[in-house]
Design a protein around this ligand. Structure first.
Ligand SMILES: O=C(O)[C@H](O)[C@@H](O)[C@H](O)[C@H](O)COP(=O)(O)O
Length: 225
């Protein structure tokens, strides 16, 4: 797996440098295209990066922001990744960006997933993607043992799939591997010794056990203790 590992002396340094790197990638993409698509993870790690990035001066009005994956919970839930984006990324200068929804109110993702995918389709390929990773080696909502993992990893996967897995507390929707890998710039953010060990542990494992392996090629992994 051919990826670059960037390590930082501490969390502050990582957050500052990653936010500035993402801003640089977005600016470069904006110089080449009228609109650019930017996908970001939810979860607990990226909040501080969003806090820096939202204040960056770039033409946010031409940026389409979407999640790499979402938990199927209403937006007012504290498990909602959309809520995280609204509170920490789509504020200050980045409030001018357009959010492409990854959740629409209804009981199961299957009911409205096609509607969500149709809004995303015209904006692909992604210009920049930021991904997270769990200690179980999942990324986006590509979980080991998930019900539709194989389909999500296949070359002709649809844009989005619903996903259910033991490691996920609620149903999810996720961008699939070809969409994530179609990004011109791919960054993966991981912090702490447990995730670094998981990254090492993924080496040589089949993607069904270590889904992170499906997106590592060509990526820059940003890590600090
Ligand atoms: O909804 C989510 O949970 C994410 O999008 C997911 O893929 C996340 O990036 C990893 O689970 C890491 O999560 P933490 O940053 O909370 O460890």
């Amino acid at each position: 797996m051919n990826y670059e590992l960037q390590t930082y002396p501490d969390r502050e340094a990582l957050i500052l440098r990653l936010a500035s790197r993402l801003a640089g990638d977005l600016r470069a993409a904006l110089a080449r295209a009228e609109r650019v698509a930017f996908a970001v993870p939810g979860g607990t790690t990226p909040g501080p990066v969003f806090d820096d990035l939202c204040a960056v001066d770039l033409d946010w009005a031409r940026v389409d922001v979407m999640l790499t994956d979402e938990r199927w919970v209403p937006e007012d839930s504290d498990r909602s990744n959309t809520r995280l984006l609204r509170e920490r990324l789509l504020v200050e200068k980045a409030a001018a960006a357009r959010l492409l929804p990854m959740y629409l109110p209804c009981t199961t993702p299957e009911e409205r997933i096609d509607e969500i995918a149709e809004k995303i389709r015209p904006e692909l390929p992604l210009s920049v993607v930021l991904l997270g990773m769990g200690a179980d080696m999942h990324t986006a909502s590509l979980f080991p043992g998930a019900d539709r993992l194989e389909e999500a990893l296949s070359r002709n996967a649809p844009i989005l799939l619903p996903m259910r897995a033991e490691g996920a507390a609620e149903p999810r929707v996720t961008l699939t591997a070809p969409v994530l890998n179609g990004a011109l710039a791919k960054h993966i953010l991981i912090m702490g010794p447990e995730k670094r060990a998981a990254l090492e542990n993924a080496r040589g494992k089949p993607v069904s056990e270590a889904p992170i392996n499906a997106v590592l090629d060509g990526a820059i992994v940003h890590w600090t203790e």
